[in-house]
Ligand binder design. Structure first.
Ligand SMILES: NC(=O)c1ccc[n+]([C@@H]2O[C@H](COP(=O)([O-])OP(=O)(O)OC[C@H]3O[C@@H](n4cnc5c(N)ncnc54)[C@H](OP(=O)(O)O)[C@@H]3O)[C@@H](O)[C@H]2O)c1
Length: 357
């Protein structure tokens, strides 16, 4: 996608780097392009950046943005998505648009553009790399055009914001809240002594509150299955006993990175029909971690088996355990990042890390 960014400061550089790394054609716009060679590979005039973009980003000082956009009105094609990251601060540190927002004012002044306000609640380094924080957090979107917000959502994914991080607040009027958050942002930054943080919206629980989980299953080749998961896959053994509650053995394995466990109990006979549809899926933080397990399985004489098309499209490998149940090894983290096939559909090449960047 062609992205023009107005400005060559902290935000413009961070976003430009992030989107260029994801494969987009980025042009930064400056008042003095000849003096901003260090800002990125392609720095042009403000008008040059405005004319380049399918998407245009406002990363100029919020007190100047209205004048900048007004001066570019003839350069920006109707229908262009305008991503507004700006916040106006007066010289004494107060909001320059109290009771309204820059985003609303830009949308009112340019009805042919599709303004989406986002990312203005985090610092530039977090915009570019939300995964650098210690946990998941929330990024907001405000805008009147659903299609424009979908485009911007895709661009947020390309910076590393997972789908679960995006919160659509509604129309452009809700940009007011995003911009006014700047006051709380400054307070929190002062308290933490750092701008590199974010907030997370934690909704009311409408599902069961579960702290941990265990799944259990019978195994007719119990000793082999225990050795398979303990010695080859190398799941940690949480509990291994000769005499379980029913007087027979029991093996409980940890599933690292999760509060879940996996239990095997011996049974005398195989299930009629085997276990063709039973799956244990392990998600790894990238191919290297996954391939370490694949390598041990191969060394132990196990070979990949045919798998569901979904897993093939998403770079997984499937083996069968001694009972015939499937063990699926996927090199990405379900729930935390989009599956590789979806990233590829969005035009983002997924490299070996599985993170897409
Ligand atoms: N920094 C953050 O972490 C952060 C976080 C949230 C929101 N924001 C908002 O994002 C926007 C950009 O922030 P920033 O930190 O990147 O600011 P910045 O470092 O000051 O950069 C702003 C850029 O805009 C251009 N510019 C300055 N005055 C201009 C004017 N009068 N007309 C046209 N262009 C002008 C300059 O580029 P040239 O000199 O090359 O023209 C400058 O490099 C601001 O509205 C800010 O409030 C920033």
């Amino acid at each position: 996608m062609r992205i023009g960014i107005l400005g060559t400061g902290n935000v413009a550089r961070a976003l430009g780097e992030g989107w260029a790394a994801a494969g987009h054609e980025v042009v930064l716009g400056s008042r003095a392009p000849a003096e901003r060679g260090d800002a990125g590979p392609d720095v042009r005039s403000l008008a040059g950046a405005a004319a380049h973009g399918e998407v245009l980003v406002n990363a100029t000082p919020g007190t100047e943005s209205e004048a900048v956009l007004a001066s570019l009105a003839g350069e920006v094609p109707a229908g262009t998505v305008l991503v507004d990251v700006g916040i106006g601060f007066t010289l004494d540190g107060a909001l320059a648009h109290p009771g309204v927002s820059l985003g609303e004012r830009l949308q009112a002044a340019h009805p042919a553009l599709r303004v989406v306000k986002t990312l203005c609640t985090v610092t530039a380094s977090v915009m570019r790399d939300p995964g650098g924080l210690s946990g998941p957090s929330t990024v907001f979107l405000s805008g009147d055009d659903a299609g424009a917000k979908a485009v911007v959502g895709g661009l947020l994914h390309d910076l590393g914001w997972p789908e679960t991080a995006l919160l659509d607040l509604g129309g452009i009027g809700t940009a007011r809240g995003q911009e006014h958050f700047a006051l709380l942002f400054l307070g929190v930054a002062g308290a933490l002594g750092s701008h590199a943080f974010n907030v997370r919206v934690v909704p009311e629980a409408d599902t069961a509150t579960v702290a941990a989980a265990r799944t259990a299953r019978r195994s007719h080749r119990y000793a082999e299955a225990v050795a398979f998961y303990r010695d080859v896959v190398r799941l940690p053994v949480v509990h291994l006993a000769e005499d379980g509650p029913d007087g027979h053995g029991v093996a409980v394995f940890g599933l690292p990175g999760t509060p879940a466990t996996f239990e095997l109990l011996p049974e005398d006979r195989p299930l009629p029909g085997g276990r063709p549809h039973e799956q244990l899926v392990l998600y790894f933080p990238g191919r290297a971690a996954r391939d370490a397990v694949v390598g041990r399985l191969a060394d132990a004489g196990h070979e990949p088996v045919g798998q569901n098309r979904y897993w093939t499209l998403n770079d997984a490998v499937t083996f069968r355990d001694p009972d015939g149940a499937e063990l699926v090894l996927a090199p990405w983290v379900f729930g935390a990042e989009p599956p590789p096939a979806r990233r590829r559909r969005a035009g983002v090449v997924t490299p070996a890390t599985g993170r897409g960047r």
